[in-house]
Ligand binder design. Structure first.
Ligand SMILES: C[S@@+](CC[C@H](N)C(=O)[O-])C[C@H]1O[C@@H](n2cnc3c(N)ncnc32)[C@H](O)[C@@H]1O
Length: 246
């Protein structure tokens, strides 16, 4: 998935990917107050902390959806950030590293331009255990494995990091892949799938799995199999905040 891909799939992103306030708080705490921040792979500006001095985003379609008053945005790629060494306190990268064409170069750039790095990513094997991937759409795990190495490798590239779980609330407002774990019907909605890059990219290949999900929802089989989940307010689906540097 390249930046140009977001010029195709990024339309309408701001409507279905509204930052979740609980996740925003966790990110802001990790970033800390009074720091200068560069937000890399910034998209429409979700989770940008108050100290953000610049955002970096390759897709013009995503940049066009940034709200008025958002930090200035430079059209560039993580792999070659047009800033000097140590120009910022913190480099933030939220749900973007799995899209980078060269993860090593991108993480190297986060470390070059900032003393501290805060990266929201996911553990491919853990998200692969999420019922949607495990029971209906195994193609997603295959694609994610190609896009992202094991999380330990990302931590290694960061030179070590504190790893914090980011639980997903049952009413998460940011419609990423795991957001609708307790609202399974949502995955049958094309507008919801269009806001989740992996599902948008895989498109028609997902039809058999989605048809099975629709049938299991209609028959009650999904509810029976996932009854325990319906009692929970939040779950750990493998999303991780990596906090590195000094
Ligand atoms: C899922 S969106 C996340 C956007 C935002 N951080 C958020 O949390 O809503 C992924 C973003 O990464 C961007 N992206 C893709 N390749 C990139 C690269 N090589 N360098 C920087 N950003 C990239 C995409 O254009 C897209 O806006």
């Amino acid at each position: 998935v390249t930046a140009a891909r977001y010029d195709e799939i990024g339309r309408g992103y701001a409507q279905v990917r509204r930052p979740d306030p609980r996740i925003a708080r966790q990110i802001e705490q990790a970033v800390g107050s009074g720091r200068t921040v560069i937000n890399v792979g910034a998209g429409t500006g979700s989770y940008e902390p108050p100290g953000t001095v610049v955002a970096v985003e390759p897709s013009a379609v995503m940049i066009a959806q940034r709200p008025p008053g958002a930090a200035p945005c430079v059209q560039a790629m993580a792999e070659a950030l047009p800033f000097g060494d140590g120009a910022f306190d913190v480099a933030l990268a939220v749900l973007t590293i799995h899209h980078w064409s060269n993860l090593e170069a991108g993480i190297g750039e986060l470390r070059r331009v900032a003393r501290r790095q805060v990266v929201l990513a996911f553990d491919v094997e853990e998200t692969g255990e999420f019922w949607l991937a495990r029971d209906y759409l195994p193609e997603v795990v295959e694609l994610d494995r190609k896009r992202l190495p094991p999380l330990e490798r990302v931590v290694e590239l960061l030179g070590g990091a504190l790893v914090e779980a980011v639980p997903v609330p049952h009413d998460c407002t940011d419609g990423f892949f795991g957001a609708y774990w307790r609202r399974p019907e949502a995955y049958l909605d094309p507008a919801v799938r269009a806001g989740i890059s992996t599902l948008a990219v895989l498109g028609d290949a997902l039809r058999p799995g989605l048809d099975r999900l629709a049938a299991d929802l209609a028959s009650g089989a999904w509810r029976q199999r996932n009854a325990a989940l319906l009692e929970l307010d939040e779950v750990d689906l493998g999303y991780r905040l990596l906090i590195a540097g000094t």
